[in-house]
Write a protein that binds this ligand. Structure first.
Ligand SMILES: *Cc1c(COP(=O)(O)O)cnc(C)c1O
Length: 366
């Protein structure tokens, strides 16, 4: 293999050479040099969401789901009631893990084909005043639909419900101001739009809620309060840190700050526009309406032909160096193409050519 495959997926993502090179050293978890990296990552993460004064950030070993689970178990009291707004697979996962941790959980399922309306959320909160917390996925990566974070946060503030946001696939790409939105918790991870490598999540916790979090978690390794107080006291991670992942994230954040959120979003939007235009040329239609889509990931309807096979599409496109992602919907045949990662619209053009060639091979394209 003379070059890496380009990952058109929701994570792990294609990373820059500079980020990969940042992993070519071994770090002592106790050492001051590594602790300085952790401290820098934490302070820059807080700056990215304008939360230096309002929130703390707690890094956690593991994939993004570990961090979502940690946020729920640390933030929702044992006698709390979590309302999970559901328009896709990651929402359902949040409700499942909350239920497994014994939190009273209500899963409210909406169609996965549109964004959840703030008006609907308000009606739910009015109808059930026992709800203490709301769980929202910002960009539901299962389809790519982006939910209206600002409007839903406003409703939650007004109705006195605390909001926990899974912003895994939007963090770094879409602007989020955790302080202004008054979020109880905001969850993201290293291997998505910050373009680091996977292996750690991080959770922003509102400062005024910290006190009540002590001893709340059912899990030792997922106890963000414990992780936080230990880190504050020692500068170190509680258990073995993913040292190379942290070093790569530090390097990736440096590049992120150089590029800037607006420019990164512009680059992803160019990838998205190129994808949408090119897909239309190939006769492929997106699953969502334009206004519900995000420049994060696009769900395309599979061609309506008996000759279509995702496996053939995948393998043919892979031979040309691009990795697609399967669909996550149960009732419609789809596949997904990510717009995020260290790629530009030239890569997207080439991926589209590869998709076109695959369709031709299946005898679908003209
Ligand atoms: C990627 C992602 C996660 C975390 O998934 P992991 O496989 O555990 O990293 C959670 N929520 C959303 C919306 C995601 O895109």
């Amino acid at each position: 293999m003379d070059r890496d495959n380009v990952l058109l997926t929701p994570g792990p993502l294609t990373t820059t050479l500079q980020t990969k090179l940042a992993m070519l050293r071994d770090w002592g978890s106790w050492d001051a040099d590594f602790n300085a990296i952790t401290a820098r990552v934490r302070s820059r993460l807080l700056e990215i969401v304008g939360a230096t004064h309002s929130h703390v950030v707690v890094p956690l070993q593991g994939s993004g789901t570990f961090a979502v689970e940690a946020a729920i178990t640390t933030v929702v009291p044992r006698d709390g009631h979590l309302l999970v707004l559901d328009n896709g697979a990651y929402c359902k996962r949040m409700a499942k893990l909350a239920t497994m941790m014994g939190r009273q959980t209500t899963l409210k399922t909406f169609t996965d084909a549109t964004a959840i309306s703030a008006g609907d959320v308000e009606a739910l909160l009015v109808a059930d005043p026992s709800v203490t917390h709301v769980g929202l996925v910002h960009c539901e990566t299962g389809t790519g639909v982006v939910n209206q974070l600002e409007a839903i946060a406003e409703v939650c503030r007004r109705r006195g419900a605390e909001l926990i946001v899974d912003a895994m696939s939007s963090f770094g790409a879409l602007p989020i101001n955790a302080a202004e939105l008054g979020l109880a918790a905001l969850v993201a991870a290293s291997g998505k739009c910050l373009e680091g490598v996977p292996g750690m999540g991080f959770v922003f916790l509102r400062r005024d809620l910290l006190e009540g979090m002590e001893g709340r978690s059912h899990s030792l390794s997922l106890d963000l309060y414990d992780q936080y107080t230990y880190m504050e006291r020692t500068g170190q991670w509680r258990f073995t840190p993913p040292t190379h992942v942290v070093a790569a994230l530090d390097c990736a954040i440096g590049q992120y700050l150089e590029e800037g959120q607006a420019s990164r979003l512009r680059r992803y939007t160019q990838n998205f526009d190129t994808l949408i235009t090119g897909a239309a040329r190939l006769g492929l239609k997106p699953y969502l309406a334009r206004e519900d889509m995000s420049p994060i990931i696009v769900t395309l309807l599979a061609p309506d032909s008996p000759a279509y096979s995702f496996d053939v599409l995948y393998q043919t496109v892979k031979k040309r160096g691009y990795l697609l992602y399967p669909g996550k919907l149960t009732d419609v045949e789809t596949f997904r193409v990510g717009c995020i990662g260290a790629i530009d619209d030239t890569a997207m053009e080439q991926a589209l050519e590869a998709i076109g060639a695959a369709l031709k091979e299946m005898g679908i394209a003209d």
